[in-house]
Write a protein that binds this ligand. Structure first.
Ligand code: PGA
Length: 251
């Protein structure tokens, strides 16, 4: 059966001492209340060593927010999947809408990045989701299907079994406008059917599909109660330990 997951995406927030305080507060709170789900924090690369040290001693796992499509060499400023693996980082966010929008990341590039991660036994948290105009034009299913098939469906079944998906409607990210539980369930169930068609029922059943986009301590329970919503990718609300832990406890 698939894993329930709550992942906090810190994006480009916090200074070193603030990041240290945040991860230690989360770790302390979870020590008293053991989570019923896997807890991941996706931290800026410069904090990964520190956050993964905390992770070693707690229930928390760490994820990178980006990786290079190249293996190694003269690519100034880039971080390879092999480097992440050498620090025992087990997860990496891929295809976040902010990277698609501000850094021009295409489905083809994301497919390459995904391959680099899988070669190094790092699980991609692969983000998909439509923008507002696409939803208003009723193209959301088409858009998500295209993102998944171009970004992921070149993988074989075994490779795909390492993918965590995150459905994040772009109009809900950082806007305070959450998808309704019905909208989330409808899309998650559509995604699971796509996976079933491509890889079979067992793989589909075992794939965790997270919801992201203004998910917070108030609405998490209702969203996570849906059959095909296996947790959340949390931005703003993951920057405060209390809020994040409340979301973790929403299962
Ligand atoms: P948000 O961000 O929770 O602040 O809307 C979610 C995300 O971008 O992963």
């Amino acid at each position: 059966m698939r894993q329930k997951i709550v992942a906090g995406n810190w994006k480009m927030n916090k200074l070193f001492h603030e990041a240290e305080d945040l991860v230690s507060e989360i770790a302390n709170e979870l020590e008293d209340h053991e989570p019923d789900c896997e807890v991941i924090i996706c931290t800026p690369a410069v904090f990964l060593e520190m956050t993964s040290d905390y992770a070693d001693e707690s229930q928390i796992k760490t994820a990178a927010q980006n990786v290079s499509q190249y293996t190694s060499g003269a690519y100034t400023g880039e971080i390879s999947a092999e480097m992440l693996a050498s620090m025992e980082i087990g997860y990496c966010v891929i295809g976040h809408s902010e990277r698609r929008k501000y850094f021009g990341e295409t489905d083809e590039l994301l497919a390459e990045k995904t391959e680099r991660l899988l070669e190094n036994n790092i699980k991609p948290i692969f983000c998909i989701g439509e923008v507002l105009e696409e939803r208003e034009a009723s193209k959301h299913f088409e858009v998500v299907e295209s993102q998944i098939s171009k970004g992921l469906f070149n993988l074989n079944k075994e490779e795909f079994s390492n993918i965590i998906l995150a459905y994040e409607p772009v109009w809900a990210i950082g806007t305070g406008k959450t998808a309704s539980p019905q909208q989330a369930q409808e899309m998650h169930s559509f995604i699971r059917k796509l996976i079933e068609k491509k890889y079979g029922a067992e793989t589909a059943d075992n794939t965790s599909i997270l919801y992201g986009g203004s998910c917070n301590a108030k609405n998490a329970k209702e969203l996570f109660a849906n059959a095909d919503v296996d947790g959340g990718l949390i931005g703003g609300a993951s920057l405060k330990a209390d809020d994040f832990v409340k979301i973790i406890q929403s299962f």
